[in-house]
Write a protein that binds this ligand. Sequence first.
Ligand SMILES: O=C(O)CCC(=O)C(=O)O
Ligand SMILES: [Fe+2]
Length: 356
Amino acid sequence: MSPVLTSPIKVGHIDDVQELRKCKPTVIPERFVRDMTERPVTACSAQDVPVINISKLGDGEKEISRLADACENWGFFQVVDHGIDFDLLERIEKVGMEFFMLPVEEKQRYAMAPGTVQGYGQAFVFSEDQKLDWCNMFALGLEPRYIRNPKLWPRRPAHFSETVETYSTEIRKLCANLLKYIAMSLGLKGNVFQEMFGSAVQAVRMNYYPPCPRPDLVLGLSPHSDGSAITVLQQGKGNSVGLQIFKDDKWVPVLPLPNALVINIGDTLEVLTNGKYKSVEHRAVTHEDKDRLSIVTFYAPSYEVELGPMAELVDENNPCKYKRYNHGEYNKHYITNKLEGKKTLEFAKIRPENSN
Ligand SMILES: O=C(O)CCC(=O)C(=O)O
Ligand SMILES: [Fe+2]
């Protein structure tokens, strides 16, 4: 019998990976098979991604300087003692998982329209030739309210919307709190980001990675940096390892810690700190017999805000590396650059005069 090459079910024009997997393909469809250089064979053994105890950040210099080190040298860290109910973390994971387990016909009601980033499907797919991720996504804009699209809020599973609402309120407080300490770790006033960001933009994306018969050939999520100021990533309990960050020319896995949340610095904070804090590239890989869910919150300034490197972080030794721009404009650039397969922060970089 010839191997199954495409899924019978598409969401928009894209193969739905959960449906594809149900067909038990013996050969991975070409659109998912990565070029040799992109295949996930290069991960090194796990290193100790820094762990920051949020409840100690108020106690003084020591934890704050550990935070500064994590932002400067890793761009990623895990937080513990973050004050969010473990029960809420479990509930969001449960409703997220239940959503992805719904029949595809039900999920298709919330399909992501082409060129948009909210709803069910795969974001940033722009050409027939582009390699696809071994992932199904569901994304919702949350704050400010006008970015919400009520038609995309699922009616099933029960309690989905209210759980997302409660979860997002808690994560928003965590982001504001973290940004206060991040400002302090830079020697700035604690409220500087809060004042600058205005009514912060917040969105949530759930990524579901079904098991893949050939995890060595595919990527769960292509390498990228986030456009946010900061991102909060919840790796599901009992999840397989999937997140990898690019550090010192190697892909380093981030091992899930029970009830911890992963935080990463996004492009916006890299610009604001004039490159002191890094927006690090990351990707997700898949597993042969385990699935994985991640719940990711992006937190960014209001679209109206003009931003650029902060004066306090620019001097003779650290000349200004980025242009000033409007965050709403940046958001459009982020999407267009992603669609064109470019690095998302490229447009904002200032080139030295003698370079080409
Ligand atoms: O699933 C993961 O661990 C990575 C998710 C991610 O990087 C994203 O959604 O931006
Ligand atoms: Fe990301």
